[in-house]
Design a protein around this ligand. Sequence first.
Ligand code: ADP
Length: 224
Amino acid sequence: MALHLILFGPPGAGKGTQAEQLARQRGIPKISTGDILREAVQGGTPIGQRAKAIMSQGRLVSDEVMIGIIRERIDQSDASNGFVLDGFPRTVIQASALDEMMVGRDPLVIIEIAVPEAELLRRLSMRMVCDKCGHTAGANAASGPGGTCEVCGGKLVQRSDDHDNVIRERLNVYHVQTQPLLEFYQARPTFRSVNGSQSPERVSADLTAAIDSVGSGMTRGARR
Ligand code: ADP
């Protein structure tokens, strides 16, 4: 069965790190709308040009644009055995559109990575990214600005939307526009929540267990 996974949670919950690892382990693509948009901004494409100002203010790019991006991406051949979504859906409209795209495919597995707000603020204000390959270096003191990327040797910098006022706006946007999605998904038998305040290794182990428990629930259901 194909794994169609949504990692759901606030900015700074660790979705990107976990998505990268899961995608590698399972041989399926990680589809990160934040990465796709940042590439579009760097490449100066029409979508990138429009998204740039919106992203730098911490607001959301339009549902129409985002739905178009995802519709095209999940139809590519590398996603035929599944995918890990990071950063999509972020609104109920995006989630409903995704449900329509998934008709006739294996069900979505939705896992919330839950982290308290104070911890998110701390992580986001400390996080560093590589200015060359985009790798996130995490919120540890050893990798402050000016450090080097462990993946490609590039320079570590603060992400342009990780400044205080933008962080607050992103968290605010999350509460108002994205959190209502919890209600949208919570009642589904394929929804799980894991504690994201633990070490990346523990979160990863809990995620694997959560995905497995959805899988075994579905096989039991199918046998009945
Ligand atoms: P984070 O999860 O750390 O906030 P992302 O890298 O996922 O950051 O996204 C960065 C920015 O890209 C968002 O603040 C938003 O402006 C835009 N974006 C990403 N995904 C979406 C989406 N599904 N819908 C609308 N805007 C999005």
